[in-house]
Design a protein around this ligand. Structure first.
Ligand code: M6R
Length: 594
């Protein structure tokens, strides 16, 4: 979702900002823009348009060096993606230039109450902020005007602001949407996430909600809304630059699918000592002390959460519920006496989850975040956090984070189980079995060509296979745009089977002995109605004619394996349709608005 990069210092602002925006491309966006100070004649210039950062590079004037600028990638919320609605936006008299990530809930009221009579050029809520800052800067100092504006805004915002009348300063502020400062001895970068800082800063400051920042050269002040200095923590960036490059792969998604065996081995190295699980004692205690777990997540992470529910209930005998973050945020169910809220999020920045976490903390309940980004807001703000160690995931379609999340959930559940399996061995077996599928990916490519010929598709399964179907169908629809449903196999006949016609692709996942026969009879039902069926099974339950047969693994962990061919199915379906695999339309990697 929207990305912000701003810079003030001695280096070339344009280069830093454009490179940073490129690094933030993975978050998803539809327009890009930049405002730069042209030092020689003290003028500011805006370049912006609908489209990719590469388009921004085409329209930007590269003939001068700039030491101050702000850049943005926009994921449209207010107004269609076009040149006018792209950021940066300007105040009415063009004194202030701003870029914004977030949503201002009361922008219409502010327009009529604060800015009656002003002329607006865009449909955005952002332009309203620029106008208000300008209005108050006529009555007070600029820093006060910005803080006054903050006090009027309801909603989420990360803002980078240039005052064209003061070229030695850059301002920023934030509430709910992520923003941080990248520090170096040559200048300061403002950015939405640490990815944009890699290569320029080794240290960064994550900003707290309702913080205002005034940057002058390499010095900065962090203040609260009333102008009182607030403490901030300086952290070290430890992202490996090469981990955020595609290398020999044609797409990040393909790279990330292929990295899954090594991610599992990394998890083994981080969380096992011999055969023993090593976990922060506070985490195990928090789970043990609770009488019910509430998993809160969205999208793929929620699909991992469903597997987590199976693991916690079957291995550790702890009742577990899974909730859609955006639903539970404003509709809390009756809770048990000692709930533990578990937030699962690859990015650790998902606004829907954050809204729940704020509520959970306000009510004094315990919280644990499972995330890939240890520097993220959800990691910082929960009582406890566990890192999944998947390495940077750049493709919008989540793959390795899903399998890593399940591994971590398995480790947590296993820690409290009777240890009737050897989890470390099971993980090692899984890594090898995944490698076997990766080696056969060209075969999966031909299956896709022959079978996924329609605009729709079904994944069916029962029990834990059904949960794997939910994730498989999400993967297929988000990058190939084939309308796909993940369905409980037995439920199809209660209505949805009406959609099956000649050649409708139906893919079954079967890895569980006790429901093998049932799912197969549901497959026969769709086959008799013309469906083109494809079966992904494990060796112990396979039948002659199953197209993809995987190794046998511990049944509760089977989604870590059955998901791999379905990730390839999604990948090849998108590749054959020539779609932008790593940046599918309308989607964002880091969903920072509710
Ligand atoms: O960063 P998070 O795990 O919190 O993100 C949640 C979803 O937005 C995310 O999983 C989304 O569904 C992915 N695009 C799926 O591939």
């Amino acid at each position: 979702m929207c990305g912000i990069v701003g810079y003030i210092g001695n280096e070339d602002a344009r280069e830093i900002i454009i490179k940073g925006l490129k690094r933030l491309e993975y978050r998803g966006y539809d327009s890009a823009g930049i405002a730069l100070l042209k030092g020689e004649d003290s003028t500011f210039h805006i370049y912006k348009d609908k489209g990719r950062v590469s388009r921004l590079q085409e329209i930007t004037d590269f003939s001068y060096k700039s030491c101050l600028g702000i850049g943005h990638t926009r994921w449209a919320t207010h107004g269609v993606p076009n040149q006018v609605n792209s950021h940066p936006h300007q105040s009415e008299k063009s004194r202030f230039f701003i870029v914004h990530n977030g949503v201002i809930d009361n922008y219409k009221e502010l327009k009529s109450e604060e800015l009656n009579g002003n002329n607006f050029t865009s449909d955005t809520d952002t332009e309203v902020i620029a106008h208000i800052i300008e209005k108050y800067s006529n009555e007070m100092k600029v820093d006060e005007a910005i803080r006054k504006t903050m006090s009027l805004l309801e909603g989420s915002y990360a803002l980078a602001i240039i005052d064209t009348q003061n070229q030695n300063k850059l301002y920023a502020c934030k509430n709910k949407s992520p923003l941080l400062l990248g520090l170096s001895d040559k200048g300061i970068i403002i950015a939405s996430d640490v990815m944009a800082l890699v290569g320029y800063s080794t240290k960064y400051v994550p900003l707290k909600d309702k913080t205002f920042v005034e940057i002058t050269g390499i010095n900065y002040k962090t203040l609260d809304i009333i102008g009182k200095e607030v403490e901030h923590e300086v952290k070290v960036i430890d992202i490996d630059y090469f981990n955020v490059e595609k290398g020999e792969y044609s797409h990040f998604m393909l790279k990330e699918i292929s990295e899954q065996p090594s991610v599992i081995r990394t998890i083994i190295s981080k969380y096992f000592d011999g055969e023993e699980v090593i976990l922060n004692g506070d985490v195990s205690k928090a789970i043990k002390d609770s009488d019910r777990l509430y998993i809160i997540a969205a999208g793929t992470s929620m699909n991992a959460g469903y597997i987590g529910k199976e693991l916690f209930e079957k291995m550790a005998l702890i009742p577990t519920e899974v909730h859609i973050a955006s639903e539970i945020a404003y509709n809390m169910p009756i809770l048990s006496k000692k709930p533990l809220f578990i937030f699962i999020s690859q990015s650790g920045e998902t606004a829907d989850l954050r809204a729940v976490l704020v509520n959970v903390r306000a009510n004094g309940y315990r919280s644990l975040t499972i995330t890939n980004v240890k520097t993220s807001t959800l990691a910082r703000e929960a009582d406890l956090f566990v890192e999944i160690h998947a390495g940077p995931e750049i493709a919008v379609a989540s793959t390795k984070a899903y399998t890593a999340q399940i591994c971590i959930l398995a480790i947590l559940a296993y820690g409290l189980s009777d240890k009737h399996i050897n989890l470390r061995k099971e993980f090692s077996k899984l890594a090898i079995s995944i490698e076997n599928i990766i080696d056969k990916r060209e075969y999966i490519e031909t299956l896709v060509k022959d079978n996924l010929t329609k605009r729709n598709c079904f994944y069916i399964g029962r029990g834990i296979d059904y949960y794997a179907c939910l994730e498989s169908s999400l993967k297929l629809k988000e990058i190939s745009y084939i309308q796909t449903e993940g369905f409980a196999a037995g439920e199809l006949k209660h209505g949805t089977i009406a959609l099956i016609e000649k050649d409708t692709p139906v893919i079954a996942i079967i890895s569980q002995r006790k429901i093998n026969k049932n799912t197969r009879s549901n497959l026969n039902e769709v086959k008799s109605r013309g469906a083109r069926t494809l079966v992904i099974s494990t060796w112990g339950v396979h039948e002659h004619g199953d197209q993809i047969v995987l190794d046998d693994v511990y049944e509760l962990l089977s989604p870590i394996l059955t998901i791999i061919p379905t990730q390839f199915i999604a990948y090849y379906a998108a590749l054959q349709r020539n779609y932008d695999i790593d940046k599918p339309r309308n989607l964002a990697k880091s969903v920072t608005v509710e």
